[in-house]
Write a protein that binds this ligand. Structure first.
Ligand SMILES: N[C@@H](CCC(=O)N[C@@H](CS)C(=O)NCC(=O)O)C(=O)O
Length: 278
């Protein structure tokens, strides 16, 4: 693991690392904010999964997450959204390839060589964090994310019961099997068999295997992607069908941007704190 950037912030430390990923077969970059509370005790861990085109920096620079993490005493981990590099497959569209890993494991060429974001986020990176950050309390993990990363947060939580003690999402993709972003990515990464797609579809998962952990979602009503790509109401219906506890807040006039995320991130930290603090 190589330290590529280190900045003191809010009494804690933001660090950006490169490491050779065995899962993605390339160098992967991620950021960790460690609050000062971690100097003396174990601290809960919040995973933040970003949306299309993003990397670790969007959330750290734009959302105010470090101030909140410092106040609550949470470590925040911001992974990249895909493998990257000259020898990593890519696409001209912003919604496929580098910057658009969708937090699933690709099985189809040319993606299958590097695009293993599900195993990377669920297995490889937690193992690395455990080894390198002695005071990361992996018994108290929460997960959140934005848009494609909201899909990642919801699906990883539902696929790994008990792993994350708290879960929330901002403007998540909830039904990738039914919307253009998901249809494009899933057909490329895992092929045309739509029954395989349902294994990575938050609506299908929550109806079939709801979790004991209540889910928080915030969604702006002025989000350009709401009608075509996000369709939040489908998740509400799927939670009803599965008996999943969910709080969905439709936020009047807010769009898809980090201004929206920054506005409601404090509420999400309170939500995670209820589950993660002793
Ligand atoms: N119109 C955007 C679509 C991508 C987009 O809106 N990305 C969202 C996540 S789905 C984002 O957070 N962008 C980066 C930012 O606002 O900092 C583009 O073409 O780049």
């Amino acid at each position: 693991m190589e330290l590529v950037e280190q900045k003191k912030a809010f009494g804690g430390m933001l660090e950006v690392f490169d490491h050779q990923s065995e899962t993605c077969h390339c160098v992967m970059r991620f950021a960790v904010f460690t609050p000062q509370q971690a100097k003396t005790s174990k601290v809960p861990v919040i995973w933040y999964l970003s949306g299309l085109t993003c990397n670790w920096s969007n959330v750290m620079e734009k959302s105010g997450i470090m101030r909140l993490a410092a106040e609550h005493g949470f470590m925040v981990i911001a992974p990249d959204t895909s493998p990257r590099g000259d020898d990593v497959a890519n696409d001209d569209g912003y919604d496929l390839g580098q910057g658009a890993g969708f937090y699933i494991n690709a099985t189809q060429a040319p993606w299958a060589k590097h695009f293993h974001m599900e195993t990377y986020i669920a297995e490889e990176l937690p193992a690395l964090i455990k080894k390198e950050f002695a005071n990361a309390d992996l018994e108290r993990q929460g997960i959140t994310g934005h848009s494609m990363g909201g899909h990642g947060a919801l699906t990883l939580h539902l696929k790994n019961p008990g792993r994350y003690k708290s879960v929330s999402a901002f403007a998540p993709i909830v039904a990738p099997s039914k919307v253009p972003w998901g249809e494009k990515a899933f057909s490329a990464y895992i092929g045309e068999d739509r029954t395989d797609w349902l294994k990575h579809d938050a609506c299908a998962l929550v109806t079939a295997t709801p979790s004991d952990v209540p889910i928080l979602i915030d969604q702006g009503t002025a989000d350009n992607f709401l009608e075509e790509q996000l369709q939040t109401h489908l998740f509400d219906e799927a939670c009803d069908a599965g008996g999943q506890k969910v709080e969905i807040n439709m936020r009047e006039g807010y769009d898809h941007s980090y201004y929206f995320i920054a506005t409601f991130l404090p509420d999400h930290f309170e939500w995670h704190a209820k589950a993660l603090k002793d």
